[in-house]
Structure formats: structure tokens, C-alpha cells
Write a protein that binds this ligand. Structure first.
Ligand code: NAD
Length: 488
């Protein structure tokens, strides 16, 4: 059934590479339960080949003018756009996300990132200081070989969001996709080579957590960028610290979305649905705690339930389908457990909560879009990241109360506020503990703006010029023009 199947498990030194001594990785299409690819985790030999070729390629790549490096990335962006349909199909097979979404949100977002960093890198200058005759300037140097480790929800986007700023700055990268979605990053590697990237500059090796940790531990590696859960983030940060390496961590969240009673009802409901049901709710920045002010609460719930009931679940390859399955049987079981906990702890199930009956897709990992009302701050579904289409509605009276309840979480990835009052929108945005706050919008993350978390949700930023800071280091060059004034 796969039409764009990569030909081997890994992509190393400019070509596909297999070593079937590695532990088997099954890639399962979660809409049907069919195995669409069998791959193998990287063996020590594959890891060595990837790191050695990355270290080799990095030196010559960093010596190129930035404009030339940028041109390669922009060519890759063009190739990705030209093949958007084929890549979107692969993304759907890898993740189960509906084709309707992958056509606009995945390969195209990866292309945006390659285009942006390919464009801005030649303009990255340094600083200079005049020191009374003497002067100094700074150079922005690459870190060297970087490791990227991906989550399973956006396999193409995550690979590109890490590769584009890393390569633009003159680094090489070894990328390990999530074992759940191994396919898409291989295509990114293939396309980068076609665009002119030297062999070894961007390698993809498959594997479970232990492949990630052996990459981080290697002395040739200068930095790791992880997208994953908080517990994995703590392990990866610890491993990076042991080698005094740089780390960027894009982790989980339990983000609040605060709707004031003066908000546009349709926009607020639309924002809450986008922030809970897009990609079957498997988005780190989702606004899963929807706080609605008293006076609007009941109307909001009624309209939310009405619009949610109209969501079309089904075959992800059908372009009319708006919601597909969850990524895996394991994730499905986890989400169903959270729904059971919501019921057991007294939340009111208003919509969904079941496995839908979809003809021909009985083996798929589907769950209905689910709305719980009367949720309180202490309930499990209001505290823990679910990573599924489960929206919790909470009621509030006053601005200050909403802010303090919204901030009462170890996470701090994202937040949203819907209000017609401009001053209040900004005031609340400033008070919320989050790496990004949307006012009258939700979950938009174009490459032009920095993205990342505070508190337990992570460290460092992806996208925008901010990402360049995370993939380069300054060297200061002091130039003496005055006689040396030694006191001896
Ligand atoms: P996960 O933490 O289970 O795995 C993430 C990656 O880390 C995988 O590739 C995994 O193989 C690897 N890994 C696991 N243990 C490791 C170790 N000890 N050393 C090195 N690598 C290791 O996360 P997941 O289930 O794949 O993804 C879901 C999580 O990712 C959610 O918590 C979600 O919020 C988060 N996420 C965050 C963002 C963001 O940008 N902030 C985006 C997407 C997903």
C-alpha cells in the first residue's frame, strides 16, 4: 500500500543504508493496523558511520559562504513544495493524520523553515566594539555535529525545524526519528542531498531511546535538540550535562486557553476546537484546559458541542476526512484511560468519549472528539498531558482567578486568551507563564516567530532568528593596535 516507501532504514553519508542486525521497528498505519514498513534500529556500526560522516562533512560545509549554504536549503524547500502531495501521503501513512491536514501543515511547514533559514543566514552578522584604537568583533561559529531527536506527531516538520537552523549555521546533524514514525525524516535526508547538501551533512538513523542516548554521549557531538515528553527531556538534559553539551528541549504542556465573556463566541469555539482536535489532539501546545467566564460558559459549551458533533472522522486518505486515528495502539490505550479517569473523577462527559464505529476501520486507533464539562483543577484530566482529542472545560469568574489557575501547572509551553478588550488581552498575555501566548487565535506557529516553552516545557527556542542563537556560538576576536602596556 505504501507508494513512497524509503528503500532502507537509515540514510547515512548520502545514501540509504541497512543493517538488519538492529532490533526490528514496525511502522504501523494506525487507521487500519497494517504494517507498512519494517525497519531496524541502528547498530553501533550504523551510529559510527553516521557520526563519522557528519563530522567529516561539517568541516567543509562550515567553510562555505553562508549564502551558498542557504541556497542548498532553499533548493530543498522548493523540492519539498514540488513533492508536497507525495510527502503528505507518506506523513499520513507514518502518523494517521488526515490527508486534509498533512497537505497543508507538514511538508509545507518544513519547506517554510528551510526557506526562512536559507534566506536569513547570509545576513547573520557579528558585533563589533571600538576600544580606543584597539577594537574587537565577534564571529558566529557553528557548534559542530548536532543530534536531533524527534517525537511522532510531526515527523517531517520536526526534522526540518531542527535541520534548517542547524545546517544554516554550518553544523551537521544526525537525526533520530521517533520509533513510532520512522519514515518521513528519510525523505527529508534524501531531498537535502538532491538539493546539493554534501553526503553526511544530514543523516537519519532509526532507533529507540538507547540509540538517542548513545548519540548524545559521543564525544564528537556538541549539541542535542529533542522534541519529546518531559521525562525524556530530563534524561536528555542530564546526558547533555554530563558532557557539557548544548541542549534545546521542546517538551510537553497542559496549556490554558482563557475565554472572557466579551469574546467572539465563534472565534473562541473555533480556537478551542483547533487547540484540542487538530491532529487528533496530538499537539504539544494544545489548549487543553479551556477556562470560560461564567456569563459565556453555557452558550460556549452548547456551540462547542454542536460544532464538535459535525467533525468528520474516517479514512485519513479521504480528503474530506477531518479527523483520523491516534498514532498508535499504545497512545489509544493511554487516551482511553484518561477518558475513564475523567468520568471516574466526576467530570461531565458532554460529547464523545468512545471508540467510533467506522466501517472498514475497525482495527484503527480512533477515538471520538471528547468534551468534558464541570472539570475542576484537581482532576487528572486537568493536570496531565493527554495528547489526544480530549477537551476539558473549566468555569471561572474573574481575570485574576483565571490567571492564577492557568499558571498553576509545572508546564509552560503555550496559552491563549480570547477577549474583545485589547488592554485585557495584553495584560493577561503578559501574566501567563508560557513560551507563547495567542490573543484571539490559537496554535499558529509560523517560522517567523520563536517557539518553545518555559518551566518544565523546555529550554531554548525553535524558529525565527532566535533559533540561530541555539545552533551557533560567538567567538570574540580582540585586535590590538596600541602598544602593549605591561606593568613589568
Ligand atoms: P518521547 O519522550 O517518548 O520520545 C521522544 C523521542 O525521544 C523519541 O525519538 C524517543 O525514541 C527518544 N528517546 C526516548 N528516551 C530517550 C533517551 N533516554 N535518550 C535519548 N532519546 C530518547 O515522546 P513522544 O511520545 O514521541 O512524543 C510526545 C511528547 O512530545 C509529548 O509530551 C509532547 O508534548 C511532546 N512534544 C513537544 C513538542 C514541542 O515542540 N514542545 C512537539 C511535539 C511533541
Amino acid at each position: 500500500m505504501m507508494r513512497a516507501q524509503p528503500t532502507a532504514s537509515h540514510f547515512v553519508d548520502g545514501r540509504y543504508l541497512e543493517d538488519d542486525a538492529g532490533r526490528e521497528i514496525l511502522c504501523v498505519y494506525p487507521a487500519t493496523g497494517e504494517t507498512v514498513a519494517r525497519l531496524h534500529a541502528a547498530t553501533p556500526a550504523v551510529i559510527e558511520a553516521a557520526l563519522a560522516s557528519a563530522a567529516r562533512a561539517q568541516v567543509a560545509w562550515a567553510a562555505l559562504p553562508a549564502a551558498e549554504r542557504g541556497r542548498v536549503l532553499r533548493r530543498a524547500a522548493d523540492l519539498i513544495r514540488a513533492r508536497n502531495r507525495e510527502l503528505s501521503e507518506l506523513e499520513t501513512l507514518d502518523t494517521g493524520k488526515p490527508f486534509q491536514e498533512t497537505l497543508v501543515a507538514d511538508a509545507s511547514s518544513g519547506a517554510d523553515s528551510l526557506e526562512f533559514f536559507g534566506g536569513v543566514i547570509a545576513g547573520q552578522g557579528g558585533e563589533s566594539a571600538l576600544l580606543g584604537g584597539d577594537f574587537a568583533y565577534t564571529l558566529r561559529e557553528p557548534l559542530g555535529v548536532c543530534v536531533g531527536i524527534g517525537a511522532w506527531n510531526y515527523p517531517t516538520q520536526i526534522a526540518c525545524w531542527k535541520a534548517a537552523p542547524a545546517l544554516a549555521c554550518g553544523n551537521a546533524m544526525v537525526f533520530k526519528p521517533s520509533e513510532t514514525t520512522p519514515l518521513c525524516a528519510l525523505k527529508v535526508a534524501e531531498i537535502l542531498v538532491e538539493a546539493g547538501a554534501p553526503p553526511g551533512l544530514f543523516n537519519v538513523v532509526q532507533g529507540f531511546g538507547e540509540v538517542g542516548s548513545s548519540l548524545i554521549a559521543d564525544p564528537r557531538v556538541a549539541k542535542v535538540s529533542l522534541t519529546g515528553s518531559v521525562p525524556t527531556g530530563a534524561k536528555v538534559y542530564g546526558a547533555a550535562a554530563a558532557g557539557l553539551k548544548h541542549a534545546t528541549l521542546e517538551l510537553g504542556g497542559k496549556s490554558p486557553l482563557i475565554v472572557f465573556d466579551d469574546a467572539s463566541l465563534e472565534d473562541a469555539v473555533g480556537g478551542a476546537m483547533l487547540g484540542n482536535f487538530y491532529s487528533s489532539g496530538q499537539i504539544c501546545s494544545n489548549g487543553t484546559r479551556v477556562f470560560v467566564q461564567d456569563a459565556l460558559h453555557d452558550r460556549f459549551l452548547e456551540r462547542l458541542a454542536e460544532r464538535t458533533a459535525a467533525i468528520r472522522l474516517g479514512d485519513p486518505m479521504d480528503e474530506a476526512t477531518q479527523m483520523g486515528p491516534l498514532v498508535s495502539a499504545a497512545q489509544h490505550a493511554k487516551v482511553m484511560d484518561f477518558i475513564a479517569a475523567g468520568r471516574a473523577e466526576g467530570a461531565r462527559l458532554v460529547h464523545g468519549g468512545k471508540v467510533p464505529a467506522l466501517q472498514g476501520l475497525e482495527a484503527g486507533c480512533y477515538v471520538e472528539p471528547t468534551i468534558f464539562a464541570d472539570v475542576t483543577d484537581e482532576m487528572t484530566i486537568a493536570r496531565e498531558e493527554i495528547f489526544g482529542p480530549v477537551l476539558s472545560l473549566l468555569r471561572f469568574h474573574e481575570e485574576e482567578e483565571a490567571i492564577s489557575r492557568a499558571n498553576a501547572t509545572p508546564y509552560g509551553l503555550a496559552a491563549g486568551v480570547f477577549t474583545a478588550d485589547l488592554a485585557r488581552g495584553h495584560r493577561v498575555a503578559h501574566a501567563l507563564q508560557a513560551g507563547i501566548v495567542w490573543i484571539n487565535q490559537y496554535n499558529l506557529t509560523p517560522v517567523e516567530i520563536p517557539f518553545g516553552g518555559v518551566k518544565a516545557s523546555g529550554l531554548g527556542r525553535e524558529n525565527a532568528l532566535a533559533a540561530l542563537e541555539n545552533y551557533s556560538q560567538r567567538k570574540t576576536v580582540y585586535v590590538g593596535l596600541n602598544p602593549v602596556d605591561a606593568p613589568y
